[in-house]
Design a protein. Structure first.
Length: 179
């Protein structure tokens, strides 16, 4: 895999990687598989949003001119999700009090910190979606794209998925006529 790309757009960090030795334009049809399985199985934690991820991805792949073909696809797509708790550290501002005395041509003063300056830790969750594209005949990974974003309790997950999928597939270098 060569050609790693990383960018930030509207708090979504998007990345992609591809095998530059493969002519990616030859892939016109695709199907979906789950890790270690041929269907989205009940043991996957991301099953709740799995259907929506596939739906949003299908829309983006159709825009690129690719078509779904479950009987003999050129490429196989598989997605993975991950939710990770992270900690962010920040330093509070320091409050200082000072005194000074001045006269013609001189100034004497000093200050001392009296409050603040402490390190504050705050936790948050980061969600990640990675979509991999494999050659059906060789099984080789030919393209991978992903996105990650900080999440809160008020995050609209479907909106985040739609945005992430769109940004991920912008980096898939396929564009067929009619797409």
């Amino acid at each position: 895999m060569v050609c790693f790309v990383f960018s930030c757009s509207e708090n979504v960090h998007v990345f992609s990687d591809r095998d530059t030795t493969v002519d990616i334009q030859k892939y016109k049809t695709y199907a979906w598989i789950a890790p270690g399985d041929t269907v989205l199985n009940a043991k996957r934690k991301d099953k709740l949003y799995g259907g929506y991820i596939v739906y949003a991805s299908d829309l983006e792949l159709k825009k690129k001119g690719m078509s779904l073909n479950t009987s003999g696809p050129d490429a196989l797509f598989m997605f993975e999700t991950k939710l990770e708790e992270k900690v962010k550290y920040s330093q509070e501002p320091t409050l200082s009090i000072g005194v000074g005395y001045g006269g013609p041509g001189y100034y004497v003063g000093g200050s001392a910190p009296v409050a603040g300056g402490g390190i504050k830790a705050s936790s948050y969750e980061e969600g990640m979606l990675v979509i991999n594209m494999y050659d059906r005949h060789t099984g080789n990974l030919i393209w991978s794209g992903g996105a990650k974003e900080s999440l809160t309790n008020s995050t609209d997950i479907e909106e985040v998925i739609a945005k992430a999928v769109k940004f991920i597939f912008v980096r898939l270098p396929i564009k067929h006529k009619g797409g």
